[in-house]
Design a protein around this ligand. Sequence first.
Ligand code: C2O
Ligand code: CU
Ligand code: CU
Length: 475
Amino acid sequence: MKRLSWYLYGFIFLILPQFLLAQIPDQALSIPPLLEFERSADGKKVFNLTAQEGSMPFFSGQQTATMGFNGNYLGPTIRVRRNDEVSIHVKNSMGESTTVHWHGADVPAEADGGPHQPIPSQSTWTAQFPIRQQAATLWYHPHLMGKTAEHVYNGLAGLFIIDDEISDALPLPREYGVDDIPLILQERRFERDGSFSYRPRMPDLMHGYTGNEILSNGGIEPSVDVKAGIIRLRLLNGSSSTMLRLSFEGGEIMHQIASDGGFLEAPLPFESLILSPGERAEILVDFTQKSRSSRSRRNEVPVLLAQSSGGITRKVLEFRVGRQPGVQNTIPSELRKVERIPREEASQTRRFEMRTRMMGRMVINGKAMSLRRVDEQVKLGDTEIWEVVNGDSGSGMMNQPHNFHIHAVQFQVLSYNGQAPPPEWRGWKDTISLWGGDRVELIARFTSYPGLFMYHCHFLEHEDAGMMGQFEIVE
Ligand code: C2O
Ligand code: CU
Ligand code: CU
């Protein structure tokens, strides 16, 4: 059934024009730099981000107008440790307002960077918060009411990595950009001249802004040089509304070690992995036998592929494995205990039904997002079950995937369509995907901070079209 709807959905989008693009240069994967910080007198790590307009030649010679943090496209990686106090100054040097939200982070409402914290053009906003959660790969991106999709599309996104004692101690690759490689995947729609611009029409609002290329850290089909060892990839699906199914061309096994909010209990082997927009996964791949010297066939180079919901499979990253062995050459058998939140701990259950209405309006429980309405109130410290249903379960065009993201918490999945969740959903998550008709039960401890937070579909066109609500954590 799942498989069928995937292909059906894919088939519909095969009608999308596939343009013949200018020659793709052979490029090296760009690694977002680690953002440097200063220490304040009281010990905080102080970071500076600037949201700016720029341009990028994605195809040789063709400039496209972009936005980026501290550069033309995407942003640096912010890396912090559990128990750090951080202070991030975000300067908006663009000609319009934006916001910056720390997706997956446990932060006070006023530091969340959602639609209530706009940063007007030419001003600076400061987010301050302690890092209270475990090691994880999070990300940051704008969240301005009605403009989230456009700003992220133009390039405003970056990774936010948290380390702790457990991530330090595990026998995992940890040299950033060398054997611990961040990979932001974004489907983009390039025009004939090699530029892209965000101009959604009605079908794009309903079914997502699909594209004809997948960028890997802003590059097209780049390659990366690695040693013949275990390689760790920190994957983010940074697309607007495209589900990506990742796999290796040669069938190499991926061992998933972390989901959105931290490590799984043990590495999970997969031949393919689906990430919906906003979701992250950390994986290990074993290249110990892939070095040039041990290769039997000369041109066997591991290639990571992504099949988008447009149905087309594209090369996203090529690995050029050298002769030198890696630092880590085995896959650990255990990672970190994931303490289960017992169902009995929940004080209440809420239900959220996502649906597409006429004229591109997208709603949750019949309502489109309004900044002036608080949809749910949750008591600080309570544990709740949120039952989420994708009500778009008709046939054909109405069989519409969505996903559901909750701010302020990392949740666990109690059930998926009445059954135990699949193993990749048994760790901490903040975004969960739902095919048409799917129903999940999520459980979370709302021990964050009092104030207003969002829940929404992370298909960014859907979010901007109203598929979002507000909950208030009250004392
Ligand atoms: Cu990634 Cu409400 O966002
Ligand atoms: Cu978020
Ligand atoms: Cu949606």
